[in-house]
Design a protein around this ligand. Structure first.
Ligand code: ZN
Length: 597
């Protein structure tokens, strides 16, 4: 008995020791953060005579090659006794270490982190935001091994992550893929904690501004259980919201059981701005299921060394956008009128994006890695967020209509979670089409070919009428005869007007004006930015307008024939006499009552 126990204990100790040895151990020294640098050391277990250590080329959530190895300097490699090992770089992101003894390998390097808006690595005297893909190297050989991350920080700093901690306070993760999707926020911050629907939530704020932190926490508490109107169950026990109140950067990124959300520090009021904060929070939270728990096949597992092309990014980003306002509505954080305004804006932006006639949403998904912004993006591509939201909306209404309200697009996502949750495998177009067929008993191939694989106009009346809504346009302000339209937009720059977008086929486009032209005079009179709209308002549709502008510092002139303002402000409104069927379908669509007139 004793001998047996001793043997058991021996086995146990041996197992613990080897498990501990098998860990990849990282240490990040942030004790001199003011120059945006961290010193990283990492220990990789024995077993490799040649070890390729890699810094990812991109981070999850931003489908763009970011070349994150560019922040690394002072790289060293040694064996366990501290003897230097030889190494050389074999590509932009890979350090190949020769390790003849095959023992444990230790590396060290410095990382420069000053990329707040890229949400990859930002280190300064008040905090560090660390996405592991931008700061911790990994090896394919050890990718499945458990990892630990120890931090050395200034004394006043407090650290948060979606990862758990061990007895020594280190963050721990079962493998690299969990670590890389669990960013760390450490610094001078304030935090709150709440529980909802049996799950724990931490909320941490870095920076100060006009945010009402208590209000945000109270509203998140209303928001998070609404996820269960789409999915059954949560892929996490604890979730972390990280808010950055910045000096201008904005954006957000989803992770496994956490998110980072950035807004300029004074953009939390008034209500319409605050609604954007809540909307972004809801969008990122929805990703916990749609993208983090299940996602399309080309991204399972993520390949951090190169582009992961998927034709289904529209479903991952656009459907997330589509569900966002629905959760806000159900939580009582958004009013139906506000939702209708958001739909009207979506339709209006779509109609002013000539790229909708050029690129399908599947193609836009594939091209996301090399997408262009600005004028070219507007005229030749779709935005997978907006167009993906429209495609999701169209699919939702088609499902509701064809099944008399029995099946909604929510059911498609619950089926995706059931079959592909936990990232066991990724899903393809064929899988989504199979789910649609099983839910409705018919093929959706034709629908898919028309709405997902083709570019073209969307019939919004057909999306609104079944749920008792209609599209209306407010008459444009002022005398209709004076609504002259040039088809450009831009912004004030040093008392002139720099064009940013020129709508394809519009009057400015036809006259040959392009983005970055700096307009200085209309009809020979100097036009400062504040007088720009007033000068245009003097004109009538059909009038000629002579525009003087700088292009590459050369003064030029062109004459354009003004058009008429295409339409007034779009509105989505309830129909005049909704039928019982329309009201019922509305409720199945949004899970709220049809608005009372
Ligand atoms: Zn997103």
């Amino acid at each position: 008995m004793t001998t047996k126990w001793a043997r058991w204990i021996g086995v146990f100790l041996l197992a613990s020791a080897s498990a501990a040895q098998a860990d990849v151990a990282y240490r990040i020294d942030l004790r001199a953060p003011e120059h945006h640098t961290a010193n990283v050391t990492a220990t990789f277990p024995a077993g490799q005579q040649t070890l390729d250590v890699v810094m990812p080329a991109w981070r999850t959530g931003r489908y763009q090659i970011m070349n994150l190895a560019n922040g690394v300097s002072r790289f060293t490699a040694t064996d366990a006794s501290g003897q230097p090992l030889t190494w050389r770089k074999t590509d932009k992101s890979t350090w190949r270490i020769t390790n003849p003894g095959g023992g444990e390998v230790r590396i060290g390097y410095e990382v420069y982190g000053n990329e707040l808006g890229r949400r990859s690595r930002h280190i300064d005297d008040s905090h560090a935001y660390l996405d592991a893909s931008a700061i911790l190297m990994y090896t394919e050989a050890n990718r499945a091994e458990p990892v630990t991350v120890a931090l050395d920080t200034p004394a006043a700093w407090r650290s948060f992550s979606g990862m758990d901690r061990d007895a020594q306070g280190r963050f721990v993760a079962p493998n690299w893929d969990i670590l890389v999707d669990s960013p760390i926020e450490t610094g001078i911050n304030q935090s709150s904690r709440f529980a909802a629907d049996g799950r724990d939530y931490d909320v941490v704020f870095w920076g100060k501004g006009n945010a009402d932190e208590q209000q945000i926490v109270a509203d998140l508490k209303k928001l998070v259980p609404q996820s269960q109107s789409i999915w059954h169950g949560y892929p996490f026990r604890r979730y972390l919201f990280i808010y950055h109140l910045t000096d201008g950067e904005g954006g957000a990124t989803e992770h496994l059981n956490s998110t980072v959300i950035q807004f300029p520090r004074y953009s939390f009021r008034p209500h319409d701005k605050y609604l954007r904060v809540l909307g972004t929070s809801a969008h990122e939270f929805i990703h916990t299921w749609n993208v983090k728990d299940y996602r399309s096949a080309p991204m399972v597992p993520y390949d951090y060394t190169k582009e992961n092309y998927s034709e289904l990014l529209w479903l991952e980003e656009g459907s997330t956008d589509y569900f966002t306002d629905h959760l806000l509505l159900r939580a009582g954080l958004m009013k139906p009128d506000e939702y209708f305004d958001a739909l009207a804006t979506l339709v209006d932006n779509h109609r002013h994006r000539p790229g909708r006639l050029v690129q399908s949403v599947a193609e836009g998904s594939f091209e996301e890695w090399i997408k262009q912004g600005g004028d070219r993006g507007q005229n030749a591509t779709v935005d997978i967020y907006a167009q993906g939201s429209i495609a999701s909306w169209a699919l939702d209404i088609a499902l509701l209509q064809q099944t008399a309200g029995k099946v909604s697009y929510r059911d498609v996502h619950e089926a995706l979670r059931e079959r592909f949750g936990g990232r066991r495998a990724g899903f393809t177009d064929a899988d989504v089409l199979q789910i649609l067929k099983e839910l409705t008993g018919r093929s959706w191939e034709d629908w898919w070919a028309r709405h997902i694989r083709s570019a073209g106009e969307t019939d919004f009346d057909a999306l609104l009428a079944p749920v008792g809504l209609r599209l209306a346009s407010e008459p444009p302000k002022g005398d209709p005869a004076t609504r002259a339209w040039a088809g450009w937009s831009g912004a004030d720059e040093d008392g002139a007007f720099r064009l940013s977008l020129v709508e394809e086929g519009g009057p400015a486009w036809k006259a040959g004006l392009v983005p970055d032209d700096i307009l200085v005079a209309l009809d020979g009179h100097r036009v400062t930015a504040d007088r720009f709209a007033a000068a245009l308002a003097e004109k009538r549709p059909g009038d000629d307008l002579t525009v003087s502008f700088f292009r590459r510092d050369q003064l030029m002139q062109k004459t354009l024939k003004l058009g008429a303002t295409p339409a007034g402000k779009l509105k989505v409104l309830p129909v005049n006499r909704p039928t019982a069927a329309q009201k019922a379908l509305f409720k199945r669509w949004l899970l709220i009552d049809y608005p009372k007139s």
